[in-house]
Design a protein around this ligand. Sequence first.
Ligand SMILES: Cc1cc2nc3c(=O)[nH]c(=O)nc-3n(C[C@H](O)[C@H](O)[C@H](O)COP(=O)(O)OP(=O)(O)OC[C@H]3O[C@@H](n4cnc5c(N)ncnc54)[C@H](O)[C@@H]3O)c2cc1C
Length: 403
Amino acid sequence: MLAKIPGPDGKLIPGVKGISLFIVPRKLVKADGTITGQRNDVALAGLNHKCGYRGTVNTLLNFGEGKFPVNGQAGAVGYLIGKEGEGLKCMFTLMNEARISVGLGATMLGYAGYEASLEYAKQRPQGRAMGAGGKDHSAPQIPIIQHTDVKRMLMMQKAVAEGGLALGLLCAQLVDDEYTVSPDERDNARLLLELLTPIAKSWPSEWAQEANSQAIQILGGYGYTRDFPVEQYWRDNRLNMIHEGTHGIQGLDLLGRKVVMNGGKALAVLAARISDTVTRAGQVDGLAEHANALAGALQKVGAATKAAWATGVPEEALANATPYLQAFGHTVMAWIWLELALAAKTAQAAGEWDKGPLGTGFLKGKLATADYFYAYELPKIDAWLGVVARRDLTCARAEADWF
Ligand SMILES: Cc1cc2nc3c(=O)[nH]c(=O)nc-3n(C[C@H](O)[C@H](O)[C@H](O)COP(=O)(O)OP(=O)(O)OC[C@H]3O[C@@H](n4cnc5c(N)ncnc54)[C@H](O)[C@@H]3O)c2cc1C
């Protein structure tokens, strides 16, 4: 529970500085932490009936309304965690980890939808193959996985599910690096993790839900029924852009704080890591074009960041923080996919291409998904960064009575 403690003058400190963190249990506790039988003044107002995530209970609680008076008085007892006035700082110990977990949860829902729709697409016969001369109506029907548009929807889901998982694993590695790499490198790992946290949270939340929508689409009418699980994944995933800091708040955190903190040092650490990947991929047959595209995207993100802050007016800089978040996320994921493609090429060079339990399609599928990301997804950043770099104020200037 985040709440404010009045000062000696009885007044509250305005803004987040005055916030403290408390634990407010249902039953009061003794000094040694053991629970007493005495009820705290916390009452269940009711359950929230949610769109998704129905496997977890979500409640509305009322505090201190006198339903369970403590020592004859209305008012819930809260036990202070950490120091007074440092509530937000303490909460972020939990929140930073929670944001990465939210992203990983979103990715897993995206993965589940991908697998369900892949299975369906392999089995569902509908339509006929398109040959050079068009369709042959006397030919047998084909499974829908052979239709280009269905493959496009599977490719999008694969890009999100496998790319999102790789991003989650990178963040997990950075958590370890903060404790295990050389002291000089620890600071870089911490900075990179701080910078990537809004991306790890927001990118899967937005795009894995879109992936779930594509999974529904592949199942056609059945996708919209409760006979198949994909509609549930979509409903469940809708939460992830909302809780643990909404999408809009992640954008403000990224452009308003993370890319400018320490004189832009975190962004410089990321740029160095991406540039290293660009250099390595530039020397690999079949990946040089992607390496160039990634170098270009990184340059555009850097230029848009500078342009956004060129006037130093936060209202202008942050007017398009969400499109910035989207473009930044897609650039990070292009980096991740180039790393995955490099790993696939390395495995190919080591002769693992056509043997082993992964099957022949495994590495080809990775490389094709990297191609998909660079052809269909990365070019979107130009539209997003355009409004950022121009400091477009179309939305900012809209007045409430225009709607
Ligand atoms: C299923 C579920 C479980 C939850 N569990 C918990 C829990 O365990 N503990 C807990 O504390 N909370 C929990 N929450 C609450 C959740 O964290 C909040 O709903 C969430 O942070 C958004 O806050 P809000 O609902 O007050 O929305 P608001 O803050 O009212 O936001 C509404 C919209 O306005 C936008 N907005 C708000 N402020 C700004 C701004 N300054 N600039 C730009 N845009 C802005 C937001 O981005 C959003 O789009 C849960 C919510 C749900 C749905």
